[in-house]
Design a protein around this ligand. Structure first.
Ligand code: ARG
Length: 457
């Protein structure tokens, strides 16, 4: 493609280090679509003849059909998907193929193809997260009343409802969706026509190609157009943040599925056995989601470091933008799908959760709150009185509400028998009906709102 200037061909090492076709062949659909938009515009602007444009567009369709049928051939001499396609086009239609690259460079071509690919990946992530939200909302609706211990520091803190806990992840997935949607809006401009870096002297119509490819319009600076990989970084940042959420959810399933917890039985379809221990059922899918999040963060780091020192405009380092994005996208899609299946099919052992909520003095705050409300005791003092009650109950190995009234009154005479009604885990969760609180009535409201937002109602 550039032989004119050179006396000798590239060394074997040059060919190998230069070749991006092994990975950028994933862009073939985008490359064909962008070329068709470009040649259509060239004809409309009178830059190539309508006959040549039709010949080229027909040839591109034929190349696409070949790729579809037998894959993209990997010839390192052709370096990348752009040259691979153009060279096949030339074999098929002859010299007219050479007119396709008028008023275009691989620099704006790759920027366009990659944007189109990342835009699809953003849409797919958003749709995957919607499916995850549907699963979370369904299970949260079933378990608006199921009581479990809520933790801070992974120590029993206060009783919560399982529905509330699941809806917390629905919130996270909602923010993740909005991050992908924001990024998509920001990136949806077409770099095609920026050419190598400076624009072109041909009378092209960048608005036309932008529209043909579903962009909101063309980018406004040719140097920025071919140098910008913010869109890929925005995608990776959203993917990394999303993968952290998935990893935290996975971690909870792993803990909950462990025998001492026994809060959940994971679906057989997302678990594995052990080759030596016959009793084992391991949460491998959840562990891999936790592991994959590390790799996705690594992909983000990789591209940030690739980009950070590059002068304008295009540098070949930027060819290394694709592997981390492709890797992150496939890891993320798998992770979202695995956690969606896990949420949808897990068996929650609500009896075990309820029993665990009774342990660990989870309603101690309710005793303190009761003292504030019923006896008008300042919260700090109520906290201290309650601490003494917990210490006494703990020394006897019993729950707070198993302490006889005389013993509670010996700690503070202002306590009376009405306190027992506040000490049950049911009373504790029901009391927390502040907006966004764990009370079943609040959880049901949030589930109803989420169902509307998801288009279920
Ligand atoms: N294979 C290249 C990439 O992925 C295409 C752009 C090449 N441009 C250039 N000036 N060498 O970035």
């Amino acid at each position: 493609m550039w032989g004119g200037r050179f006396a000798a061909g590239p060394s074997a090492i040059m060919r190998e280090i230069n070749a991006s076709i092994p990975f950028d062949k994933a862009l073939w659909r985008q490359d064909i679509a962008a070329s068709k938009a470009h040649v259509g515009m060239l004809a409309a602007q009178g830059i190539v003849t309508v006959e040549d444009a039709e010949l080229i567009a027909g040839g591109l369709d034929q190349v696409a059909a070949e790729y579809e049928a037998s894959g993209v051939p990997e010839n390192w001499d052709l370096e990348d998907i752009h040259m691979t396609t153009e060279s096949r086009l030339a074999e098929l239609i002859g010299p007219a193929a050479g007119r396709l690259h008028t008023a275009r460079s691989r620099n704006d071509q790759v920027a366009t193809d990659f944007r189109l690919w990342v835009r699809d990946a953003m849409d797919q992530a958003e749709e995957g997260l919607r499916q995850l939200q549907l699963a979370l909302v369904a299970r949260a609706g079933e378990h608006a009343d199921s009581i479990m211990p809520g933790f801070t520091h992974l120590q029993t803190a206060q009783p919560v409802t399982l529905g509330h806990h699941l809806m917390a992840y629905c919130e996270m997935a909602g923010r993740d969706r909005s991050r992908f949607a924001d990024a998509r809006k920001r990136m949806n401009r077409s770099p095609l026509g920026a050419a190598a870096l400076a624009g072109t002297g041909f009378p092209i119509d960048r608005f036309r190609t932008a529209e043909a490819l579903g962009f909101d319009g063309p980018t406004d600076n040719s140097l920025d157009s071919v140098s910008d990989r913010d869109f890929a970084l925005d995608y990776l940042m959203a993917a990394a943040q999303c993968s952290l959420h998935l990893s935290r959810l996975a971690e909870e399933f792993i803990i909950w599925a462990s025998q001492p917890f026994g809060f959940v039985t994971l679906p057989d379809s997302l678990s594995t056995g052990s080759s030596i221990m016959p009793q084992k059922k391991n949460p491998d899918a959840a562990e891999l989601v936790r592991g994959h999040s590390g790799r996705i963060v690594g992909c983000l780091t990789s591209l940030m470091i690739t980009m950070k020192g590059l002068p304008l405009a295009y540098s070949k380092d930027m060819q290394d933008d694709k592997p981390p994005v492709f890797e992150a996208a496939s890891l993320l899609a798998l992770s979202i799908a695995a956690m969606t299946g896990m949420v949808a099919e897990a068996t929650f052992r609500t009896d075990r959760m309820r029993a665990a909520a009774e342990l660990g003095y989870a309603t101690a705050t309710d005793l303190a709150d009761w003292l504030v409300r019923q006896a008008n005791i300042p919260f700090r003092e109520a906290h201290h009185i309650t601490g003494s009650a917990v210490k006494l109950a703990e020394s006897r190995g019993i729950a707070l509400d198993q302490l006889p009234l005389e013993d509670l009154q010996a700690i503070d005479p202002r306590i009376d028998e009405r306190v027992y009604a506040a000490l049950s885990v049911e009373a504790s969760v029901a009391a927390r009906a502040s907006h966004g609180g764990t009370a079943p009535v609040e959880v049901r409201k949030r589930v109803a709102e989420a169902r509307i937002a998801l288009g279920l109602e």
